[in-house]
Design a protein around this ligand. Structure first.
Ligand code: UT7
Length: 331
């Protein structure tokens, strides 16, 4: 029997309209456009301001467009996995809310939490359901409304993050396209350097936790930076090596967009020129689970059937990983 691989057969993404520029941030915290651009590569990011809308809004817009592009009905979706760090609610899963809102009545769904590596972890998990032969249409959403957990008086974090995300459809392929390999890692001892202190079961919300601003992202930037540079480059090099891929074999590096300097270091280690690196951090900042589908969506028209792509990410946890896939279609 021919090997079934999970191939991405459609991609879509969505960002809110509101643009938060570096200039506007200058009016909110002690920072400046030049520092932000030099240290991170970010010029602006999008913010979801609509009252009553959470991460599921990004997922719903992405999935509705995805179904339209592929010409299928919501009822055909078998499974929807949502990677997010900012779920609409603590429970139930945002995946269930998205399924309800798009009308995916025959799907089961759940969320994956692996911070900025979540989309890769979800993609790899979803691929197994397709490879098993049991599921034919699996949607992976990567989305975050980071503005919900950002302290806009903390210049160390508020300049980095933005809202947005996207979705891909995975379908079975027996012609040699799709996901070939994944290297996924996590190290919980890194949790101290990037986390949200309160709101979970250890420290449920109280007036005191709110006063202490413990419901926002806490990050020790320099430490995370050091681990990210090493982690993302290591897994990218490892996946190339074990699949006998040289830099020339790779059409695109699709890196998590956390800091342009981390992306540069990864590309450098892989021996890949920046012309083969998807980079849109300047427009969206770090959308956590949203960065990778946002890249695939923006570059979709430049992708060709058979292109070798390496997706790579690093995030809170720590979590990190790389996925190697062969693009399955010309758009
Ligand atoms: O996606 C999940 C994983 N997250 C990441 O990968 C993020 C990794 N970390 C980073 O990207 C970087 O560490 C940051 C962008 C967060 C910070 O950049 P940095 O080059 O590591 O800056 P720093 O924290 O070492 O600060 C350097 C200086 C400090 O001033 P002094 O002590 O040298 O006088 C900071 O106070 O820059 C100052 N600074 C700022 N200045 C203007 C820190 N933030 C700002 C700011 N505007 N927003």
């Amino acid at each position: 029997m021919e090997k079934i691989r999970a191939a991405i057969t459609a991609v879509n993404a969505w960002v809110p309209d509101y643009v938060l520029t570096n200039k506007e941030l200058e009016t909110m915290v002690e920072t400046n456009d030049e520092w932000i651009q030099t240290r991170t590569g970010i010029k602006e990011r999008r913010i979801l301001k609509d009252a009553g809308e959470g991460t599921s809004k990004i997922g719903v817009e992405s999935v509705n467009g995805l179904l339209k592009k592929r010409g299928i009905q919501a009822e055909e979706i078998d499974l929807l996995i949502c990677a997010t760090t900012t779920p609409d609610l603590v429970f139930p899963a945002t995946a269930n809310i998205i399924c309800d809102k798009v009308g995916a009545k025959n799907a089961f769904g759940y969320d994956i939490q692996a911070a900025c590596s979540g989309f890769l972890f979800a993609l790899t998990t979803a691929a197994k359901f397709v490879e098993s032969g049991q599921y034919k249409k699996v949607v992976v959403v990567g989305a975050d409304k980071m503005s919900a957990i950002i302290d806009y008086s903390d210049r160390a974090t508020c300049i980095i993050f933005g809202d947005g995300g996207g979705a891909v459809l995975l379908e079975p392929d027996t012609n040699g396209y799709g996901i070939y390999d994944a290297v996924l890692k996590s190290d919980g001892s890194g949790r101290h350097f990037l986390h949200q202190k309160a709101g979970g079961s250890v420290k449920p919300p109280t007036h005191a936790t709110i006063d202490a601003k413990e419901h926002f992202v806490y990050q020790e930037g320099q430490t995370v930076f050091k681990f990210a540079v090493k982690g993302m480059a290591d897994v990218s090099a490892e996946i190339m090596e074990r699949n006998n891929l040289s830099a020339d074999d790779i059409a695109w590096l699709v890196p998590h967009q956390a800091n342009k300097r981390i992306i540069d270091a990864t590309a450098n280690r892989m021996g890949i020129g920046m012309e083969k690196v998807m980079l849109n951090i300047q427009k969206y900042g770090n959308t956590t689970n949203g960065t990778l589908p946002l890249c695939l969506w923006e570059w979709e028209k430049q992708l060709h059937k058979g292109d070798n792509l390496i997706l790579a990410a690093f995030g809170g946890g720590f979590t990190w990983g790389a996925v190697y896939l062969k693009w399955a279609y010309n758009s």
